[in-house]
Design a protein around this ligand. Structure first.
Ligand SMILES: Nc1ncnc2c1ncn2[C@@H]1O[C@H](COP(=O)(O)OP(=O)(O)OP(=O)(O)O)[C@@H](O)[C@H]1O
Length: 330
């Protein structure tokens, strides 16, 4: 296993502060502390060459997890081993072998052309001249940015800049690449190109990739495995196609009625997911198909009726709805 995480947790403690002068003065004498459990007791392992996606709603703890894996943050408890090293010990041998790219943060020098920042990375990572020229040539070719190397980074488009960020992250050929929302803000074509690049790169170099993204396409196309995290806890670990199985083979029933009915009538049938005028959507267990269908047809003015699998997005949304408390006041 190239990554092994065992019972990893991270809590942030900070002062709670209300708005206004009165509370500022009160704060001088008595400060209320707030603890946020950003990541709670997560465990997983990743094999060399895997591409694993971290999915989860805003604030679920994805970035915090990546930051611990890259050694930027110390955990509150638990352990993590990344190719045998404890990331937050920040040993040089460890730093040489991994890279993290954050879609929302710029690591390149804004006022310099990208090739100067890339050269700086070459020196930091002690990449020899021949290897540097070869890797740079290959990556700029693959990402189609050869002509842009001498352009000031601030003049590049978002997509072009992201490509340069990737080259900077890969110039020392890391064994592990951590990507935090690498396609954020990119148009659909650029997103697709970046995805294609990662797929090729992973196949060709066997680099292990762990990424977070809010774009389902990123996860569906790049990752064989997804870890879904909610309120800091892992609620699912597996292939996205298994999400519905994990939800206990739930199905969706969509109805169109000839006239609206009271909501309490619908609640007798099962879990109403959506309800608008004459359109109703239920979620129910597959084993209940017969019973549900019979009841619905006998008791409701049905004019159209379909039973479908839960779309992956909705299955994931259902998983997002599960999870524990977010805050704790000390
Ligand atoms: N330095 C900090 N101090 C206090 N709370 C923090 C700190 N960093 C993160 N948090 C909180 O921890 C939780 C998890 O944050 P994290 O950035 O890991 O979420 P995320 O899953 O990456 O979300 P997003 O999809 O919005 O990027 C959030 O509620 C966030 O407010």
């Amino acid at each position: 296993m190239i990554i092994e995480v065992d019972g990893l947790s991270k809590s942030f403690t900070y002062h709670k502060k209300e708005l206004g002068l009165k509370s500022s003065i009160q704060n001088l004498f008595r400060r209320e502390m707030q603890t946020k459990h950003a990541v709670s007791d997560i465990s997983f392992s990743i094999e060399e060459g895997e591409v694993v996606g971290f999915l989860g709603p805003n604030g679920a703890g994805k970035t915090t997890t990546l930051k611990m894996l890259s050694g930027i943050l110390h955990p509150t408890s638990g352990s993590a081993k990344v190719f045998g090293y404890t990331p937050w010990e920040r040993k040089n041998e460890f730093k040489r072998q991994f890279s993290i790219v954050m879609g929302q943060k710029n690591q390149l020098w804004w006022d310099l052309p990208a090739n100067e920042s890339l050269f700086l990375n070459k020196c930091i990572y002690e990449v020899d001249d021949v290897e540097y020229a070869r890797t740079l040539g290959e990556l700029t070719e693959l990402l189609d940015v050869k002509e842009l190397l001498k352009v000031q980074v601030r003049r590049l488009s978002l997509g072009e800049r992201m490509k340069m960020e990737l080259i900077a992250a890969l110039i020392h050929k890391p064994r592990i690449l951590l990507l935090d929302e690498p396609t954020i803000g990119l148009d659909i074509i650029s997103q697709r190109k970046i995805r294609e690049f990662f797929k090729y790169y992973n196949r060709d170099k066997k680099t292990t990739i762990v990424l977070t993204s809010h774009y389902m396409n990123d996860i569906e196309e790049m990752c064989d495995r997804s870890i879904i995290i909610n309120h800091g806890r892992i609620v699912f670990d597996g292939g996205l196609n298994e999400v519905n199985e994990r939800l206990g083979h739930k199905k969706i029933m969509k109805l169109v009625l000839s006239e609206p009915v009271e909501e309490w009538v619908l609640n007798q049938v099962g879990e109403v997911k959506e309800f608008k005028d004459t359109h109703v959507k239920f979620v129910f267990e597959q084993s209940e198909i017969k019973k549900m269908s019979r009841w619905v047809l006998d008791h409701l003015p049905v004019i159209d009726f379909t039973i479908e699998d839960i779309p992956i997005e909705e299955g994931i949304a259902l998983l997002y709805q599960s999870g524990g408390e977010k805050h704790e006041t000390a």
